[in-house]
Design a protein around this ligand. Sequence first.
Ligand code: C5P
Length: 241
Amino acid sequence: MSPPAAKDRILVALDTVDLTVAQDLVRVLAGEVGGFKIGKEFFTALGPEGVRTVLGSAPAFLDLKFHDIPNTVAGAIRAATRLGVRLVNVHASGGTAMMAAAATAAREAAAAAGITPPKVLGVTVLTSLDEADLEAVGQHGPAAVQVERLARLSQAAGLDGVVCSPREIALLRQACGTGFLLVVPGIRPDWAAKGDQKRVTTPAKACALGADYLVIGRPITAAPEPQAAARRIVAEIEEAA
Ligand code: C5P
């Protein structure tokens, strides 16, 4: 199987509460990228109707990072599946039973609706937490060890992949093998402002390291011409391949 086209690997983060802003971005970008990431900010303001608006034009990754008892997470995943999203995620620290329930819920709800199940991803360690923060919540040892542990646990529980930072791509590709999806935010082309992202990698480098999907927000959404920025990123990935 040939790898997906560069443009299909880009998911644009729609971090807005304004439906008009979101619709404008979707209109100019739907043909340029693989889809859109919808997070808690968008979803809390605009709800399932907002998601359906996006889905009318492009695939979506529903980034709500579910973390609850298995029964509750399974229900949330069934609802996300019926919405028709392509990717959805849960916190791996919710444990094996919760992740397994999520994977089963996606499969069963999709079969009942006659649709393709969404890929269910694990979230390992939030990159906003440093080792002192982890220590404070009782998690000792290097963050990278915990990231690898939770990625392996996600895989064993039947998830399709994980969300990870650029610095973890190589480690997790090695630990989890090919076929395990790595979805990577923290992407900055050389020409884009870093904003609040500290440890960043260029789109081409992230793909070369083994990322499957790149989550890219402001380098595209805050660019003077989002469509031109998206095209420039696609061209950079293609040139480096
Ligand atoms: O604008 P930017 O490209 O920084 O957006 C990246 C998106 O990925 C945002 O929605 C952000 O919340 C998300 N994200 C991240 N870093 C992580 C996990 C998620 O930037 N470690």
